[in-house]
Structures are given as C-alpha cells and as structure tokens.
Design a protein. Structure first.
Length: 349
C-alpha cells in the first residue's frame, strides 16, 4: 500500500488506547540549507495550500511597495478568522486602492471566528467575501494590481502579470521549479512544491537581509500574529506568540511551514489531510535538533492536543516521529557535538 511510503508522525491516544495514527512526511533543514532530519518522502510534491501565502504576499509587496505594511502585510500572508478587526484592515486596503468589496474574487463565507459568526447569524447576516479567510490575500493582490496599473477583473488568471510574478517568487525561494499548477480553494493559482522546497521557502524568509521585501513579510507576520490567524485559539498565531521570532503558516490538507530565527526550518504534510497534529509534529522536529535559537519549551502547551472524554482530557494527540534512518540522527547529533565548542558567543549574539 502507498501509505507505507510515509512515516508515522503522530498518534491519538484515548485512555491509553491508540485510537488513530497520522502518517505523512516531515523535513528539518539546518541553517546552512542541508536536510538535518527527515521522515517519510519529503521530496514528493505536495500542494502547500495557504502555507504559500507568505510568498504570495511577497509578490504583492514587491509590486505595491509601502502600500502593504504592518497588519495589512500580515493579513496578506495569513488566513484570518473574519474578526471585525481583520475586516477593517481589508476594507482599508481596498479603499486605498479605490476599490470596493465587489472586486474580491474569493468565495463568500462565514467568518471562522465563532463569536463573530454567531453574532452575524443572530443579526440575520449572510456569507460575505470579506469575511472569507483569504480576503486579506485577495485584497493585497488587488492593491498590487492597482499599484502597477495591471487589470483587476482577471487578477486570478494564471497568466496575469501578478500571478506570473508570484510563480517566479515561489520557484526562486524554493530553489526548484514548480512541480504542479492547480487552483486553490479561494480561486487563486496554487503551486506544487516538495516539502524540502517548502522548508527552503520559509528559511529564505527568515534569513533574508534586513529591509528586504522578504524580511518585511516575515517581520509583519511575527509582529502581528493575530492578523496571520486570529485572536482566539489559532495555531499559527499561538505558535508565534509562544516562540517570538518564529515564523509559522499552515495550510489546508495538513500542511505547515515553520522557521526559527536561527535559520532552522521545518515543513510538514499529514497525508490524511488533518491539521490537528501538524504544530506538535513541527515542534517535535525542531526539538529533536535542540538548536532552534529559541527555547521550544516556551511552546510546551502546543506539543500535544488534548483528547476529551465528557469534556475533560483523557488522552492526547502527540508526535511520534521515527526518523527515516538512524544515520540521519547520528549525523545530526555528531554535528551538534562537533559544533559545541566553536559555537559559543559568536553564534548566540
């Protein structure tokens, strides 16, 4: 069966019984770009879904310049929850470009933020494009088109200048050609990459020179994590809050990219499409190297997902990665040992 190509990455344990298992692939890149650890088939192409939003935001930032900064740039790179504060920024982005919500090409949807959704339903509200979790990305694309005098009615066409610029940015940061072209759930072009290429992408964002467009995207996401996700229980936001300096963005169908400020980067794909264990898997992968530039212990609460019985915890979803080869772990451990004495003040500064 095909599944045996993949590694077991996480288990769901209820009252001591293994109820479910998540299989997939994961890769950890060392700061020099080499693969420090891997499991599964990290060189197999995946569709990163919203995990690629930081690169789409980068293409928009390159086109629009200072029209996209701060929370607006974080929203462009994020999957917001439709909170009123998110919507206010999206409306302001569109207004500055001389556009209305009708220009958005994303589908109508309810906000993911439950209190906001419940309030709108009680008020006889309706699904709305601006509440859809990709509206920040779409607004940024429209801002970029207006800034460059590109057409806006067809901005989602793969042959549109903005989408060609985005594809070029994806291939450049990943260090590899795009493996597959598709359409994302929001209607935007989607670019397939290997997990290794996805990890390189996140590494490129955190390693970018200060003041570069890449660095500004990473800075906006880390300084405004609530606009990348939301204020209440969003895993990307919670991870960046727990580990300041870490960059994180997940996508549909169990994909996650994470990069630490020291240049270590992780990409995860759960082959069953479930995202519930991806944060725990990424943290376990970083912890396995014990060298991420930030104390992973600060995110201990995210290392497992509670399994409830009668409303109380009776187990947990936890990472159980068995790295592909023993040599991978041996080499990583050897590298840490050899680097222990010269690494001191220079690398920590």
């Amino acid at each position: 069966m095909t599944i045996f190509r993949y590694a077991e990455l996480a288990r769901v344990v209820r009252n001591g019984f293994v109820e479910s298992r998540h299989y997939g692939s994961v890769v950890v890149l060392a700061p020099d770009g080499t693969a420090a650890l891997s499991a599964g088939v990290p060189d197999e192409p995946v569709l990163p879904r919203s995990t690629l939003k930081p690169v789409q935001a980068l293409a928009c930032r390159i086109a629009a310049g200072d029209e996209l900064t701060g929370p607006a740039l974080a929203l462009a790179a994020g999957s917001h929850t439709g909170d009123d504060r998110h919507v206010e920024v999206v409306r302001a982005m569109l207004a500055r470009a001389g556009l209305t919500e009708d220009a958005l090409g994303c589908p109508e949807d309810w906000p993911e933020d439950e209190p906001t959704r419940d309030r709108l339903i009680r008020a006889n509200g309706q699904r709305d494009r601006i509440r859809m979790n990709c509206s920040g990305k779409h607004a940024a694309m429209l801002v970029a088109c207006v800034a460059r005098s590109w057409s806006t009615h067809d901005y989602l066409d793969p042959n549109h200048p903005l989408q060609r610029e985005t594809a070029a940015a994806v291939a450049r940061l990943a260090g590899a050609p795009i493996a597959h072209h598709a359409v994302d759930g929001c209607g935007a072009p989607l670019f397939g990459l290997s997990l290794t290429g996805l990890a390189r992408t996140f590494q490129a964002l955190v390693n970018a020179p200060a003041g570069s467009d890449e660095a500004l995207v990473a800075q906006a996401m880390r300084e405004h994590p609530e606009y990348v996700g939301g204020w209440h229980g969003h895993p990307n936001t919670d991870l960046m809050r727990a580990l300041p300096g870490v960059l994180a963005k997940g996508g549909a169908e169990g994909v996650l990219g994470v990069a630490a400020p020291d240049g270590h980067a992780v990409a995860v794909k759960a082959i069953d499409g479930s995202p519930r264990a991806t944060t725990a898997i990424a943290l376990a992968a970083l912890a396995a190297l014990d060298a991420v530039g930030v104390p992973v212990g600060g995110a201990d609460a995210l290392r497992q997902v509670p399994v409830l019985g009668g409303g109380v915890p009776v187990g947990a979803v936890t990472a159980v990665i068995d790295w592909t080869t023993a040599s991978s772990r041996t080499e990583a451990a050897s590298s840490r040992t050899e680097a222990a004495s010269p690494r001191t003040e220079k690398e920590e500064s």
